[in-house]
Design a protein around this ligand. Sequence first.
Ligand code: ATP
Ligand code: MG
Length: 364
Amino acid sequence: MSIMAAQRMGLRCLSLDAGVDTPASQVAPARVGSLSDEDAVAEVFRLCERVTLENEFVLGSVIEGARLWAGAERQCLPDPFCVERIQDKLVQRRSLVAADVPSPPAEPYKAGDGSLVERFGLPMVVKSRYGGYDGKGTRTLRTHEDVARFDAWLESSGFGDPQLDKGWLVERFVQFEREIAVMVYRSEVEEGCFPVMVSEQEDHVCSLVYPWEGDPPGPQGVALAAVRAVGGFGLFGVELFELADGSVQVNEIAPRPHNSGHYTLDWGGVSQFEQHVRLVMGLPIVVPRGEPTAMANLLGIEDPGDWQDGLRAAIEGDRDVRVHWYGKSESRPGRKMGHLNVAGSDCRERAAAARERFYAAWGS
Ligand SMILES: Nc1ncnc2c1ncn2[C@@H]1O[C@H](COP(=O)(O)OP(=O)(O)OP(=O)(O)O)[C@@H](O)[C@H]1O
Ligand SMILES: [Mg+2]
């Protein structure tokens, strides 16, 4: 989607991805290569005037090594040092704490260390320091048995990509009222935020995003402070917890366009993707303004039928529904396959209803 926003302005794009038949490869030339292969990343720097990321799993050291190898004048936004600070969730927490940005206290997790339960209390949350997404790599330990089971699992298998596996952190469980999210943009000359959105999760995966009704300066100020704390320039998605007393704490920062900003594709104002491209290219940004809009994620289901039946059902019930389908090659249960946006009155209810129609028609 960033590529499509760039192409609209006449920019030519190239993607690097470990997979073939990726969504990006359907809209622009694509190179297939490992994101941990400095050679492959350096080649992108050689071929492109500006480089950016759409996930935080390329190690900052690999990006910086590749960038320098291709030529010191090459640029990447967000810069590799900021990516490094964000991609280790523990370093990210420490950056926030050091800048007095409210976020849950965290420490390295040590299996078998009983003092952690004493200090953090139960439930407590453990997270893989690297490589987590869509709740993979996040566990809530509610009982002593959960802790023992988790320790045993760590001993036996651990999590994910061994190259990225740098252990786990433990942090305090936050009793939040709601999860909210803010897209933040920052250039050398200006900074600001998109509207505050509520981000509802199901099974640790974002399900529904809709406008938050409250006093935006509070969460927006915290979100901006969080991005400053990691030295961020570019576009960032900041996930926050809203507590019962109205205060907020930062959950995490994503150094890229974010699921909670997908509504901007259809809200009438600048999209997060165009804003991202402008920042990457060093162009003036747009002050974001648009209509209240809701977004419902379309997640992969067991035994899917033809997705076009879902598309038709969603639109036939409400012609203002806008469907985005990513063209991922495989539909796995829970995988983000697309989303739909509804702008205007009752947008939250209408987005949820359109998704129901989509799923009902898509299932075989
Ligand atoms: N400290 C916490 N206290 C309570 N709930 C938490 C805490 N940390 C995370 N969660 C819950 O777990 C979800 C996933 O956590 P987190 O955002 O850190 O992981 P992630 O895998 O990077 O997520 P995603 O890619 O979906 O944003 C959060 O959205 C929230 O619902
Ligand atoms: Mg998250």
